[in-house]
Each structure stands twice: as structure tokens, then as C-alpha cells.
Design a protein around this ligand. Structure first.
Ligand SMILES: [Zn+2]
Length: 283
């Protein structure tokens, strides 16, 4: 199996489904998406999973919208949010752009549309009209789920107006928590590693990038790197809710974890973050 980015022979990783490129450090997983599979859908409490992440996502969305506003061409209006989920990014961006969301999960798309947000059910780019073009296309925690990422990036190039920008917000394989999870997996504790790949969830990750190998792949589709930035994966705001949500009611343990995380935050900031955002421009 050859690397998606640099075509070198990849090597077995930390699991039967995991492979790593020794040349560019691109990582892949042979995990099958089961989106819109009713049986899997029932097993995941979507609302609970999302609630714990809401505060940090919303803070990071504000930062991303600031970057997008700065990098977009003057007069940029139309923004497409691919994988809009519950519409939080659409809400945050609607004051700056004319927004459209796209969401493949039928139930989630219906809930978001019911809140009055402009979301279309379907996959990118199939659910777009033939002549639809955008000044900004955004993927928040989405591109790492798409098996045929080359075609998706080619479609981004096609669907962007000249000077339009592509915003990719995704997990960072240089991130502290991901690298720690690999250390644990080598020692035999695989749960954190599998959790970061979202193994067993309806739409697991199939790629793990860092800014360099991602930019090489995106560059092959004729898009130029404009900026990369790391976003905090852990913030004080919302941390108590996030831990409470994960622990299911054992409050003493939650407060102990909360204290530990708060003490560790300044130390964590010294390491690469687990979230990276890269912005590319169509010439
Ligand atoms: Zn490679």
C-alpha cells in the first residue's frame, strides 16, 4: 500500500487497521464508515457526545471565522460548511458570510434545518447544483473522515471562485494527546488511540495529517497554502462539563480530574496542539 501523499510504501502501524508512511508521516486507518446505518446510530448518544465538546468548538469557531475573514478575497460572501452537523459553525459565521451547510446524516440534517438554519442533506459535492460556487469552503472535523479525500479536494478546487479559500480544521498527528495515545498503545493500552481514531463510531477517521503532509496533498489539487495555526484542544471553559459528560456521574472523580487538567494546562500549551487549521487559496 502506497502513501496517499508521497507514494512511498507505507508500513504497518499500531493496529491491524493502522498504517504509517515512514517518509512524510501520513497515517491511515482501514476503518469503515457506517453513517446512516440505523443500528449504529442508536448505539451512540449523539447529543451527549457533542455537548461535552460544545464550549471548545465554539471558541475555536470564532477564531477560525476571524482567520477566514482575514484571508478571504475582499467582497467574499458565499460560504459552504461541509459536514455542518448541529449548525454551530453556520450560526457563528452567518454574521460574516452568506452561509450554506451540507450534512450527510439525515437525522442530524433534519434537526439542524428544524432550527431554521440553511442546511442541505447530502454528500459534498453531489448534493450541490452544477453551477454552485463558493468564496469560502470549510471542513470542521470532516476531511479526516473522507476516504476519497483526493476527489473531495479536487471538488473544492472546482467549487471555489478564483481567489476563494479552503479552510481545513482537523486533528493534528503532531498533537500532544495523539502522540501520548500512541505511547499508551505501544504499552498495550489501546483505548485512547482507538478513541482518537473514533473507532466504532458511525464515521471513524481514515486519515491523520499534520500541516506539512496535508499541504502537500492539497497543493497537488492546485490550491496554495496561505496560513496554518494550531487551536487549543483543551480550554478551561467548558472543561467541567466535558469531564462530567464523559464520567457519567461519579462527581468526586470528576473534580479530581478537573483539578489535574487545570494544573496541567500551562504545561500542555508548551506542546503541539491536537487541533490544526490550514487555509488554502485558489489562485
Ligand atoms: Zn508519505
Amino acid at each position: 500500500m502506497n502513501c496517499l501523499v508521497c507514494a512511498q510504501q507505507t508500513m504497518p502501524g499500531l493496529s491491524a487497521w493502522h498504517r504509517v508512511c515512514p517518509a512524510c508521516r501520513y497515517e491511515s486507518a482501514a476503518l469503515e464508515p457506517t453513517i446512516n446505518d440505523a443500528q449504529v446510530h442508536v448505539q451512540v448518544d449523539e447529543a451527549q457526545r457533542e455537548a461535552g465538546l460544545k464550549a471548545i468548538r465554539q471558541e475555536n469557531f470564532k477564531t477560525i471565522i476571524g482567520y477566514a475573514t482575514a484571508q478571504a478575497a475582499p467582497g467574499a460572501r458565499r460560504l459552504l460548511d461541509v459536514g455542518a452537523a448541529h449548525g454551530w459553525f453556520l450560526e457563528a459565521a452567518s454574521g460574516h458570510f452568506q452561509v450554506l451547510g451540507m450534512e450527510p446524516d439525515t437525522a442530524v440534517a433534519q434537526q439542524t434545518a428544524a432550527r431554521g438554519l440553511p442546511v442541505r442533506q447530502g454528500f459534498f459535492p453531489d448534493a450541490l447544483e452544477a453551477d454552485e460556487r463558493f468564496d469560502v469552503i470549510v471542513f470542521n472535523d470532516v476531511i479526516e473522515h473522507i476516504p476519497d479525500i483526493r476527489s473531495a479536494l479536487a471538488a473544492c478546487h472546482e467549487r471555489l471562485t478564483p481567489g476563494g479559500i479552503l479552510v481545513l480544521n482537523l486533528p493534528n498527528s503532531r498533537g500532544f494527546f495523539y502522540r501520548l495515545s500512541k505511547l499508551f498503545a505501544r504499552a498495550g493500552w489501546r483505548a485512547p488511540f482507538e478513541r482518537l481514531w473514533q473507532k466504532g463510531l458511525p464515521s471513524p477517521h481514515v486519515h491523520y495529517f499534520q500541516a506539512e503532509n496535508l499541504s502537500r496533498l492539497v497543493g497537488m489539487q492546485g490550491l496554495e497554502l496561505k496560513m496554518t495555526a494550531e487551536l487549543p484542544a483543551v480550554r478551561a471553559a467548558g472543561m467541567l462539563e466535558r469531564l462530567r459528560c464523559a464520567s457519567q456521574g461519579k462527581m468526586l472523580g470528576v473534580y479530581a480530574q478537573y483539578a489535574a487538567v487545570m494544573l496541567a494546562l500551562p504545561l500542555l500549551r508548551m506542546f503541539p496542539s491536537d487541533i490544526v487549521v490550514c487555509i488554502y487559496r485558489k489562485p
